[in-house]
Ligand binder design. Structure first.
Ligand SMILES: [Zn+2]
Length: 174
């Protein structure tokens, strides 16, 4: 599979047909999808009005990619730092502990997993992703209040009824 940057370049490549470019945008979500594949696509498609007749407004694809890339830029340094720590521990012959932060171990996927693809936060992805990263860095417990909207009325193991996020759970990127 090609990398995120290579796939993103194809989304911006105006020499490629809009439908192909839309497919490449969807392929970007196999590399990075904060809400999981389907909910992240739904968010991008509705926010940037990626319509069926994409030929009418192919720039919507670029706007969506811009948003996705901004959120990814927040995650990359933390994922890279985790990879370094893990390599060091392996070299020292120590067991690699289970990650306290779920995104570390599953390649940036589903940081704020939304099981229902149509129910997800309405704020921009970088805002939501940044909030989850900060909350986890501060030691917040994903089983307590919702890391995204602060809702305290939550059932363990269920998505937040307010924003749709089931934080702290390993989501399936497909
Ligand atoms: Zn919430």
């Amino acid at each position: 599979m090609t990398s995120f940057p290579a796939t993103a370049r194809r989304v911006r490549d105006e020499s490629i047909g809009p439908r192909q470019r839309r497919m490449h945008l969807r392929n970007c979500l196999y590399h990075f999808a904060p809400y999981g594949f389907r909910a992240t696509w739904h968010h991008l498609a509705t926010t940037h009005r990626i319509v069926g007749g994409i030929e009418a407004d192919p720039s919507s694809l670029v706007r969506a990619l811009d948003e996705l890339e901004m959120a990814r830029a927040l995650v990359l340094p933390r994922a890279a730092a985790f990879a370094v720590r893990r390599r060091l521990r392996k070299r020292e012959g120590r067991r690699v502990p289970a990650s306290a932060h779920p995104w570390d171990s599953w390649g940036c996927h589903a940081i704020a997993y939304c099981p229902d693809p149509q129910q997800h936060p309405v704020e921009p992805l970088p805002v939501v992703v940044g909030r989850v990263l900060d909350a986890c860095a501060a030691g917040a417990d994903p089983a307590g209040r919702c890391l995204v909207c602060g809702n305290e009325d939550r059932q363990p193991g269920e998505a937040c009824r307010n924003c749709g996020v089931l934080a702290g759970r390993c989501g399936n990127p497909v």
